[in-house]
Structures are given as C-alpha cells and as structure tokens.
Design a protein around this ligand. Structure first.
Ligand SMILES: NC(=O)c1ccc[n+]([C@@H]2O[C@H](COP(=O)([O-])OP(=O)(O)OC[C@H]3O[C@@H](n4cnc5c(N)ncnc54)[C@H](O)[C@@H]3O)[C@@H](O)[C@H]2O)c1
Ligand SMILES: [Zn+2]
Length: 363
C-alpha cells in the first residue's frame, strides 16, 4: 500500500514501512546530505535511516538538537547554520528533516534561508507531522513574543511518510495528532469527520488500514487547500481553526507540558463556543465537535490557572489579530467553517467562560 500524492513540485510518499523500501532514495544519489533530528528520534531510528541512505551516498552527516517545542527558536537555528557554514555545506546540499513538526519547521526554515535556499526533504515521525506539519510550505520558529512569529513559505522537495514510525510514539502524541485530523473534518469535510468519529479507537490503536486512510486523506485535504490558496488566500486560513486559542495556551505554558495538538483541541472547543455565542452553529453540531474531541482523549479545558485576560492578552499579540479586533476561523456546521472578522471582546470573554464551565455538557 504505497501512495503518491503530489502538489506543485512536491511529492508526498506514504509508505507503511520506510525501512523496507529504499527505491525512492535514488534522487539522493551522490548528493551531500545533512540529517537534522533530535535526541529521542536519533536513539530510536538514526542508525537505521543512515544505513538506508548510505545506499544513495556516503556523503552523509547529522545534527542532533535537543527535544522539544521550546527549542524551536532562533538560537537553535543559529547553532545549526554555524555548523553548516563551518563545514562548508554548499547550495547543493539536501537537508533531511527527521522528526516531528518541531524538526520539520526548524529544518524547513533553515533550508529556506541558508545560501538563499537549499533543498529539504521531510521524513515526519509523528502523526501530527505526517498529517499536517510536514505537508505544505509553511516553516516557522517561535519568538518570545509569540508562537510561529518568524517564518517563511518554502516547499520541501519530497515528503516521505513511514507509518511504522508511529509504533514508538506515545499515546499522548497520537492524541495530539488526532486534533489536527479532527480539524480537517470540521473545517473541510463532514464525511471525513464522521469517519474519524467512528474509527477513532482504530486510529488510537494504530490499526494500519484506518491509519493509512486517515493519513492519506489528511494529506489530500491539506494539499487541496494549498493548491486553492494560489487563487484564494482566505481558504488557507481554515487550517488555523483552533490555533489562535491553542497558541495562546502553548505560549502561556512556555511550550512545556502542553502538546501542540492538545492546545489546539482546547482552541477548537473555545472557537466552537464563539460560534454558538454568535448563533452561527447549532447546539447539536457543537456537541458533536465536543464529543469527538473527548473520544480522541484530548482535553476540553485549558491550563488550570489561565485566566480570560491571559488568553486575550496573548491573542492580541497573535499574528492573526490586530490590537483592536480578533479575527477567528469559526465552524458553521460540521465540514464548513469561515473566517470571521472583528469579533467583539465580550463574545470572546463569554466563550472562554462557557468553555471553562463546560456549558455544552448541560445543553
Ligand atoms: N508548518 C506547518 O504547517 C505546521 C502545521 C502543524 C503544526 N506545526 C508545528 O508542529 C509542531 C508540533 O509537531 P509535533 O506534534 O510533531 O511535535 P514534536 O516535533 O515536538 O514531537 C512530539 C514528541 O514526539 C517525539 N517523537 C517524534 N517522533 C517520534 C517517534 N516516532 N517515536 C517516539 N517519539 C517520537 C518528539 O521527540 C517529541 O518529544 C509545532 O511546533 C507546530 O507549530 C507546523
Ligand atoms: Zn497545528
């Protein structure tokens, strides 16, 4: 079951087991390669990946960075670029990003700025990176003023997804990936939403048929949006659903303890309350959203001590808002969402409060 999905000049290969298929590495023949990964992934898979890549070239080195979102910053970028320069990596080098979304975001960003752009290939190893972060052309790092504040648009040359990597992923990280999976269903495709709802336990248990269908569908849905984006910038914003409040949570937690997907799940819940308070979604549909988040074992409440003011203050710094107004992607029904502008602070405040009180459970 190997699948090839294409967008622009980028190919996305979806394989059940990356280590049993070396044929695709032909494009790396005689290239200078640099793998960027983290300590944890290196301990699990680096030797195996290097062995595979040696079939294509001996010119292969790696850089291991610390593990975690809090290292997705300019210091890490600067450290890696210093190594590249000191070791005379030229513009023919290919960077192989090997890890979750943190690694693909950092590696993509470096590839986009080093010597005005070198090639990057993503080998995503988390569910979240396979269904979302490694697909498309957004690269970013965090700044102390906000998440993903620095970044570029830069397409990878190739994305190679190996579902086998998910076998070592913690349950918490599987749930985190499911958050982005659910997001696609809510904003783009009701059939997929209901499929996910029905198959969520199979996905949590990594049942290969369900997993394969899920990853393939998410890649296709994201690629669809990216292709449309050439004409319509707004459609791409749909992918930010849940992210405004989600990013606020991640920033509030200083990128510790809260996975990206868990934060986005709470963001999805709060955004759904905003829809309810604006009367643009029916209670039954909002309840469906809440129930699928719970079924995926994702949180519906943010950090214990986060206040409404914490949310508002952080969001006002977010790139999607200016100081006086908050713009949000909001669900209208399952499978349909839209960007709404200038949402009243009072509505935002009430929605955060409703989510803290789990109002939907009583409706
Ligand atoms: N560029 C985009 O379009 C885009 C889209 C969505 C998310 N993102 C970014 O992606 C990041 C989140 O990605 P993530 O959830 O993959 O986080 P992550 O990269 O931090 O990975 C999560 C954890 O899983 C570990 N891990 C990775 N692969 C593993 C494996 N196979 N086995 C065991 N452990 C493994 C990692 O070391 C880490 O501890 C965020 O920074 C987010 O902003 C970017
Ligand atoms: Zn995300």
């Amino acid at each position: 079951m190997n699948k090839l999905v294409k967008y622009n000049s980028c190919k996305v290969l979806i394989l059940n087991n990356l280590f049993s298929d070396s044929i695709y590495f032909n494009i790396l023949k005689n290239k200078r390669l640099l793998i960027i990964t983290n300590k944890l992934i290196a301990s699990l898979y680096l030797d195996k990946l290097k062995k595979l890549l040696y079939n294509a070239t001996n010119n292969l080195e790696h850089i291991i960075i610390p593990n975690g979102e809090k290292y997705k910053n300019i210091t890490t970028v600067n450290n890696i670029i210093s190594i590249l320069l000191k070791k005379n990596y030229d513009s023919d080098t290919i960077i192989i990003s090997f890890g979750g979304g943190v690694i693909s975001d950092i590696s993509g960003f470096i590839a986009s700025i080093y010597k005005r752009g070198i090639d990057v290939i993503h080998i995503p190893t988390t569910l979240l990176a396979q269904v979302d972060a490694s697909i498309g052309n957004k690269t970013s790092i965090n700044h102390k003023c906000g998440k993903n504040m620095i970044g570029t648009f830069y397409e990878p040359k190739l994305v190679i997804i190996g579902l086998n990597f998910l076998n070592t992923l913690s349950r918490k990280e599987i749930y985190s990936g499911l958050s982005e999976v659910i997001k696609y269903g809510i904003v783009m495709n009701s059939n997929f939403f209901f499929w996910v709802k029905k198959n969520i336990n199979n996905l949590i248990l990594l049942k290969s048929k369900s997993l394969y269908y899920c990853v393939t569908t998410c890649c296709k849905l994201k690629i669809d949006i990216i292709n449309k984006n050439k004409i319509d910038n707004i459609s791409r914003m749909l992918l930010n659903f849940g992210h405004t409040f989600g990013h606020a949570i991640e920033q509030y937690a200083s990128y510790n303890n809260w996975s990206h997907g868990s934060a986005v799940a709470v963001g999805i819940i709060i955004a759904t309350y905003v829809s309810l308070n604006l009367n643009i979604i029916r209670i039954k549909q909002a309840k469906l959203i809440r129930s699928v988040i719970i079924k995926a074992k994702l949180p519906i409440f943010g950090p214990k001590n986060i206040s409404i003011n914490d949310y508002i203050n952080i969001i006002k710094n977010d790139k999607k808002s200016n100081i006086n107004s908050i713009n949000l992607v909001l669900p209208i029904s399952i499978g349909k969402a839209r960007l709404f502008y200038n949402i009243d602070n009072k509505v935002i405040t009430k929605s955060i409060l409703d989510s803290k009180q789990d109002l939907l459970s009583r409706l």
